[in-house]
Design a protein around this ligand. Structure first.
Ligand code: GLA
Length: 383
């Protein structure tokens, strides 16, 4: 259906012609949060929600773009000084620039896009937007860039055009996603494995606080700086340590007096999270979802009390899950708002959702949005 929507919108605004249609998804992440830029493991999967775009090359040196859901248009050139002001258009401009830097001869194109991945909810709507254009332009221009390079171009778009010093997880998941599989990715070596994920007797559900996170709001970048400060302190004693995920608790205690209390807490969280990802891998191999869930609660605790990227609403949803006996629950993605990811026993599902709706409404005067997710394929052309 999205396919017809984008083709019709493109035709109506920029004239009918032979557009191609591409899609790229958002992602969930089972565990391994804020570990990607620390050289550690993440465990994401692409989801059945994302961005769909119709696109055709127009032979000029200008991009004409329509954001269907916002009913906004933008037109801009491809030189550095042509950067548009609308945030959504900056992603399209940024990814085009990053592809050009990587040797792809990106020229003008017309495009219309729509999305069903909620914005600012921690499900990587921005990575979906970057990935759909990275994948589409590479294909339309017979490009030589592989999917990892496309993911890197998306990440560089965030760094250079949107002010977020993010890791690689979101763009990687959006491009490499595979239906029914999570991806265990080592963000240092970039080795990855697909893990079939069919938790029998459980459902994965996202509960959206509807508090919009502002990743760019410097808090994310500040956490990253804290992590780098800790690594610099460790390196004075251990020269071979390049990333925080390679630091042990013992090393951390050696330098406790040389870093701030806040940096120490951040590092405690990241070192703990590294261990939790490993525990989850082992548990998944044994089909032990209770342990997976337990690790999710521990991650939430760490993100809330040590890394300090949670908020009242997320903590409330986490408490409600615990009170209902839900197997696992935690804030997902960068934090500061957005969703909790919940691993819910089938038998508890209905009671959990109804209890959350009631309690959240009592506290905040609204109900959380509920998204059930299906682990799906990554960026692709819709033929
Ligand atoms: C955001 C970033 C990712 C990652 C997560 C936290 O989604 O884009 O690179 O750091 O936060 O795990």
């Amino acid at each position: 259906m999205s396919k017809e929507i984008v083709i019709n919108a493109l035709a109506a605004h920029y004239g009918a012609a032979d557009a191609k249609v591409f899609a790229a998804p958002g992602r969930i992440n089972l565990i391994g949060e804020h570990t990607d830029y620390n050289g550690g493991y993440v465990f994401p999967g692409a989801i059945d929600k994302g961005i769909t775009a119709a696109i055709r090359l127009n032979g000029s040196d200008r991009i004409r773009a329509l954001a269907i859901d916002l009913n906004e248009q933008a037109e801009f050139g491809l030189q550095e000084e042509d950067a548009p002001t609308q945030q959504w258009a900056r992603y399209i401009f940024g990814i085009s620039r990053e592809l050009i830097k990587r040797g792809l001869p990106v020229g003008g194109f017309d495009t219309a896009f729509t999305g069903d991945v909620p914005l600012g909810a921690g499900m990587s709507s921005s990575a979906a937007l970057e990935s759909v254009y990275a994948f589409a332009l590479n294909q339309l221009l017979d490009g030589h860039l592989d999917k990892l390079e496309l993911a890197r171009a998306g990440q560089a778009t965030e760094h250079n055009y949107c002010g977020v010093k993010c890791g690689i997880m979101d763009q990687f998941a959006s491009l490499f996603g595979k239906a029914g599989n999570l991806i265990l990715l080592n963000c240092h070596s970039m080795e990855y494995h697909y893990y079939p994920f069919h938790p029998e007797g459980y459902r994965l559900v996202l509960l959206d606080t509807q508090v919009k996170h502002e990743l760019a709001s410097s808090a994310y970048n500040k956490r990253r700086q804290s992590c780098e400060a800790v690594v610099a302190a460790v390196q004075k004693r251990h020269k071979d340590i390049a990333f925080l995920c390679d630091v042990t608790f013992d090393m951390l205690h050696e330098i406790r007096d040389e870093i701030s209390a806040e940096e120490f807490r951040c590092a405690q969280y990241v070192v703990g999270e590294t261990a939790r990802v490993k525990n989850v891998c082992t548990a998944l191999e044994l089909g032990d979802y209770e342990t997976v869930g337990q690790m999710m609660y521990e991650t939430h605790y760490g993100m809330s009390h040590l890394y300090e990227v949670s908020c009242r609403e997320l903590d409330s949803l986490n408490d409600m899950a615990k009170a209902c006996g839900v197997a696992g629950s935690r804030v997902m993605g960068g934090g500061f708002g957005g969703c909790t990811l919940n691993l819910v026993q089938e038998s508890l599902y209905d009671a959990f959702i109804s209890s959350v709706n009631t309690k959240y409404f009592e506290q905040y005067g609204k109900t959380p949005k509920v998204y059930e997710v299906v682990i799906s394929d990554g960026a692709r052309e819709l033929c």
